[in-house]
Design a protein. Structure first.
Length: 459
């Protein structure tokens, strides 16, 4: 126990830090830290990594270093030992961001934090620099009263999916040893509703090419019997969804159910920007569709563009397909099923060739340990509502990498990225109340995990 073991009023401590939090988030957002030197200078990522390093040292983590990973990104790694046999918690986040895309679609400069209608806008404000700030707020609020050991890891290439941190986990597992892992890269189902993510879908992408002719031929002279490769591709792609919009891949189960927090259909329509009058795809609930069942998305098609197209029959066409795989389904078997489906369903004996891309395993967190119990209590105290559980349609490969090297550790996913944040899209934003309350919850959780008991009656 520290010399001064009086409980810390973390709610007041964090509330007083919120002006500083906004200023720091503005500094961090200002770095165009896209891990792709073709788009932004490497110095942007380096500067962000150094900023994060200094910030965690200031927040009480004495030993923080920058480690270059195999993909050239810098991982920010630090540690502070536990007191008197208390457990150790690994706090994760990432400082790299998605490219801003078409800047004309932004209502303000992507790399300048801008406040509008109570929200803070900017690329990375939620995903994931807002979660960096969440960790900093919690650590600063506790200060020297913190008993648990803390490891921090802030990666620099998560958005590019190039695997730098996963490789570091394999190469140097001693840097990640912990009893509890907090992956700060998800969020609540809506503002003010405390939620932890318990499942992640995996991924099994392919690129399918269809060929039918030696070259283009005139549609007037040969149209009809001449097999159109683009039409063949469209037909085989249409077999991947049924009339209700469910993903239907031969040999792949698509009937799983979801027993956690539900996702209101009208809220989903608003979150996803579904146009008025357009129906939602699928026969199950929204929660089942986005968290529990496989989902096939056509990411892109190579074919003649409309502008400049000629009166000719396409001899070849290609599509890149994204298959999201729920927990309980092996991604390799799912990819095998997709390849077999495409090869069997391509019409007219057209020639399909399927290229396999890398697969990613789904993830399911255990929720019956003492860490989850402490976190549930902390989230309920911070928000005034019971904690719910949700899934996420995306993949975070780090979860499986950590689960392999830390088989006894509890892994939890949480953060500030609720649906209105519109992560990866133009006008990404964060609700500062989510940063504040999630930081309060994290601080209370760290107190409870250490057994210090947070007696903050005003929290």
């Amino acid at each position: 126990m520290p010399a001064d073991s009086r409980p810390v009023d973390v709610r007041s401590a964090i509330a007083s830090q919120m002006p500083r939090a906004k200023s720091e988030l503005a500094e961090l957002v200002r770095f165009a830290s896209v891990h792709d030197p073709r788009q932004f200078p490497v110095e942007e990522c380096t500067g962000a990594a150094q900023w994060v390093q200094r910030a965690f040292v200031d927040a009480g983590i004495p030993d923080v270093q920058l480690i270059e990973t195999v993909d050239g990104s810098l991982a920010v790694v630090g540690s502070r030992p536990a007191r008197a046999g208390a457990p150790t918690v690994l706090l994760h986040s990432h400082y790299d961001v998605q490219p801003p895309g078409d800047r004309t679609l932004w209502n303000s400069e992507p790399f300048e934090l801008t406040e509008r209608d109570g929200r803070w806008y900017g690329r990375g404000s939620a995903d994931c620099k807002g979660n960096v700030i969440m960790h900093l707020l919690a650590l600063r609020a506790l200060g020297e009263s913190l008993d648990v050991g803390v490891r921090i890891i802030c990666e620099g290439s998560e958005e590019m999916g190039t695997g730098g941190l996963e490789a570091l986990v394999e190469q140097r597992p001693e840097l990640f040893v912990a009893d509890m892992v907090v992956i700060g890269d998800t969020g609540n189902t809506k503002v003010g509703s405390p939620t932890v993510t318990t499942t992640l879908r995996g991924i099994a992408n392919v690129v399918v090419h269809v060929e039918t002719l030696a070259g283009e031929v005139h549609s007037g002279m040969y149209g009809g019997p001449a097999p159109d490769a683009l039409a063949a591709l469209v037909q085989v792609l249409s077999t991947l969804r049924n009339e209700q919009g469910d993903t239907v891949v031969d040999g792949l189960d698509g009937t799983q159910t979801w027993d956690g927090v539900q996702y209101d259909a009208e809220q989903f329509r608003a979150d996803a920007g579904v146009l008025d009058g357009v129906g939602l795809a699928g026969s199950g609930s929204v929660a089942e569709a986005v968290w529990a069942r496989p989902a096939l998305t056509i990411l892109g098609i190579d074919c003649p563009p409309v502008v400049g197209s000629a009166a000719a029959i396409s001899p070849r066409a290609s599509a890149r397909l994204n298959l999201r795989v729920p927990p309980g389904t092996d991604p390799q078997r799912a990819q095998d099923a997709l390849v077999a489906h495409l090869e069997a369903r391509t019409p007219w004996n057209a020639r399909p060739t399927v290229e396999r891309e890398a697969i990613g395993s789904p993830f399911r967190a255990g929720t019956d340990g003492p860490g989850y119990a402490a976190l549930s209590e902390a989230l309920e105290e911070a928000f005034g509502h019971p904690m719910g559980t949700a899934g996420q349609g995306g993949s975070i490969p780090l979860c499986n990498a950590l689960a392999q090297v830390l088989p006894d550790a509890e892994i939890v996913l949480m953060g500030v990225e609720e649906p209105r944040c519109r992560i990866h899209a133009p006008n990404e934003s964060v609700d500062p109340s989510e940063i504040e309350k999630m930081a309060v919850a994290e601080a209370l959780f760290l107190q409870r995990l250490a057994g210090s008991g947070s007696e903050d009656s005003d929290s």
